[in-house]
Design a protein around this ligand. Sequence first.
Ligand SMILES: *Cc1c(COP(=O)(O)O)cnc(C)c1O
Length: 383
Amino acid sequence: MPGKRHLFAPGPTPVPPEVLAAGAQPVIHHRGPDFRELMRRCLGRLQQVCRTENDVLLFTASGSGAFESAIVNLLSPGERVLVVCAGEFGQRWAALAATYGTDVKELRYAWGETPRAEDLRAALADTGAEVVVLVHSETSTGVVADVEPLARVAREAGALTVVDAVSSLGAVPLETDGWGLDVVVAGSQKALMTPPGLSLVTVSAGAWERAARSTTPRFYFDWAKHRASLEIGTTPFTPAVSLVAALDTALGMVLEEGLENTFARHAALGRACREGAKAMGLELFSPDEERSAVVTAILTPDGIDARELVLALRDRFGITVAGGHGELGERMFRIGHIGYYDVFDITTALAAVEILLAEQGAEIERGAAAARALDAYGETVRV
Ligand SMILES: *Cc1c(COP(=O)(O)O)cnc(C)c1O
């Protein structure tokens, strides 16, 4: 195994040295003034990145923990929730909501399809659901949904929206207030360039109203408890203080780059990855469109097992990419390109894939992928 490791998964993602250093500072106490200042600054930065004036609650938990908080605070047993499912994460949220005894209806698509507003309108009319779960970036397929029209349809039907933005926040445009999203869920370990362990929700006034009525039992994830603690600059339970320090530094870096510049960089990275893969003669599974800038899902040539490719990338080159879920595992691999990431990460990933596929006898023009990726990146952003 080579010494240098390259993490090209869609989460966890590489963490900048400044962020690692912030997380390595001496631990501070979560009931003291230092933490209060850190927490207030961090939550303020999260509001800016989420583009919201709504409350932001931060949990010491992975993204699924924050999602669980949304389900238990918004829904009582027996209440109807509509989950838009077009991949692994949509299915996870349907299973989670069912676990708490809610009445789950699914608007189901084949994996890799992009949800459509007119389907959602019909499903809402059909089910009368008062809460809709949407996945912004379905990391299992590479599809980034056009959330704005979906949220508009939900609002017109009087339903609250819960948006999984775990892999999209900080990578592609997301307007919490502008698009009227009631609850946005995200995690530290994707485009926010921080180690795993923290997650967040934004909570609109309408979501607070529902939370006041929900009868589902909850303790650790009780939003009202978190809000009461935040008013005095702390959290109800001991938070991962070192991760909060790391996240605060990472958010500072995102805001310094500027959100619009960050989005443009991600769009260019996605384009570079897609164009490079196609130049190599590979077929894309994820949509070949500008919006899908989080992770590129690629199919291996016939007869080449993607699972072996993923293992060989790791063992030979120290490169981690993601495999495909379920049946897609044999043919699909996914290159994540969010957060602390540049175009040379793309060319490194593609060059390594090229070597291994050529060894397997695939017909590949050597060098074409990296050259095309760099050109495609440079089409909007100077390399
Ligand atoms: C990573 C991810 C999650 C969260 O998963 P955790 O492992 O619980 O942090 C949720 N949704 C999407 C779309 C993701 O990419």
